[in-house]
Design a protein around this ligand. Structure first.
Ligand code: HEC
Ligand code: HEC
Length: 334
């Protein structure tokens, strides 16, 4: 064998060993996680009510973890399916594969009835299932990572009061390499997370805009579904699903946007306009004009919380970007 061939053989062997090593490492790699915290959630009326508010009107847990009326405006939750899971996200929502919202009712076989309080708290904020496997961030745990200890416990208290519904949600199928990369996404919470000070509306608004998903949905993605954080809140994420096609709006305070043009009172009123809408009373959506913006859920937010979100949005850098939010609407209604 010539020296060159020997050299090539060695290079090949080294490459093979490295590849095998990497494959084994990635195969057995555990997500960055800690044991579920030891804690007990108090089922006081106050906790349950705070949790109901957060789960229904702020973080919109039920918006994803339930079935919907796809033809009614605002994609309302179908009564009787709250928390039972089953909604499947796929390519249209930017998922490389398929991932279903799981059953988060207290059903013991198909829901989270067997999970400890600490295991549920860890899943919500840290993205790890009971068995230690990583959740795909279509479950917005990166946003919930900063949720305060009091708020996340209140949500668990509320989930415990949901009627148990037996429903086995489909399991996840992710394409390579995301099925491997998902292991790198969970992140443990470190220390105590206090709620933001009530006296500081901007801090409160920043907190709410995170745990209510405003930043997540209103930040554009690159071709691989990764958020472009330097354009945060400037909109442009196109979402396709049973509701049709819709593009998230620019909610930075630029002179061309709703947030840039309207007062605090007008902002609050725009959300409150949907307060009378329920799954049964929401009108049918006009063709090309249905939306996943959780208008119906957010209509139940307090004026104080909506006002704080407005105050925070007004502090953001104004981004000059015009967006057609309903590209398939009839020309007259655009
Ligand atoms: C944008 C949609 C969305 C929202 C909003 C959302 N979830 Fe999820 N959730 C999911 C999806 C999808 C999964 C499954 C992820 C996977 O399989 O990797 C999930 C998984 C979970 C799990 C793990 C259940 C299991 O059996 O694996 C829990 C617990 C959970 N969510 C609770 C919540 C709570 C509480 C909230 C509100 C604070 C919430 N979710 C908001 C989409 C969502
Ligand atoms: C699940 C994704 C999603 C979440 C979460 C979300 N939005 Fe939206 N939002 C949209 C989409 C899509 C549109 C465009 C269609 C429409 O107007 O309904 C929109 C439109 C808007 C508009 C109208 C802007 C205009 O120019 O007419 C405002 C204001 C707004 N969102 C604010 C917010 C705030 C504040 C939050 C958090 C409390 C939030 N959004 C959370 C998806 C989302």
């Amino acid at each position: 064998m010539s020296q060159l061939k020997v050299l090539l053989l060695i290079v090949l062997l080294v490459a093979l060993v490295a590849a095998a090593g990497a494959a084994i490492f990635l195969g057995v790699k555990q997500p960055n996680m800690r044991p579920a915290p030891e804690l007990r959630v108090e089922l006081t009326a106050e906790n349950v009510e705070r949790g109901r508010y957060l789960a229904q009107n702020v973080s919109d847990c039920l918006g994803c973890h339930s079935d919907h009326h796809a033809d009614r405006f605002g994609f309302p939750v179908k009564p009787g399916t709250e928390g039972a899971g089953g909604y499947v996200f796929s390519k249209g929502e930017g998922v490389p594969g398929r991932v279903a919202a799981q059953n988060i009712t207290p059903d013991k076989g198909t829901g989270i009835g067997d999970w400890s309080d600490g295991e549920i708290v860890r899943a919500i904020r840290e993205g790890v299932r009971r068995d230690g496997s990583p959740l795909f961030p279509m479950m917005p745990y990166p946003d919930y990572h900063s949720m305060s200890d009091d708020d996340v416990k209140a949500i668990v208290a509320y989930l415990r009061t949901l009627p148990a519904r037996q429903n086995k949600a489909p399991l996840r199928e992710l394409d390579f390499p995301v099925n491997v990369l998902v292991k790198f996404m969970p992140k443990p919470v470190d220390g105590v997370i206090p709620s933001p000070p009530a006296a500081d509306p901007v801090a409160r608004g920043r907190y709410l805009a995170t745990i209510a998903g405003c930043r997540n949905c209103h930040t554009p993605r690159d071709g691989k579904g990764r958020p472009l954080m330097d354009q945060a809140f400037s909109g442009g994420w196109e979402m396709v699903g049973p509701w049709g096609r819709v593009v998230t709006a620019n909610i930075t305070p630029h002179a061309s946007t709703f947030v840039g043009q309207r007062s605090r009172e007008q902002f609050i009123a725009r959300f409150k306009a949907y307060a009378g809408f329920t799954a049964d009373s929401a009108p049918p959506a006009q063709p090309g004009m249905n939306t996943v913006m959780p208008w119906l859920a957010f209509a139940g937010m307090t004026d104080e919380d909506l006002g704080a979100i407005y105050d925070y949005l007004r502090t953001l850098p104004a981004v000059d970007k015009r967006i057609v939010t309903f590209p398939d609407a009839a020309p007259a209604s655009k």
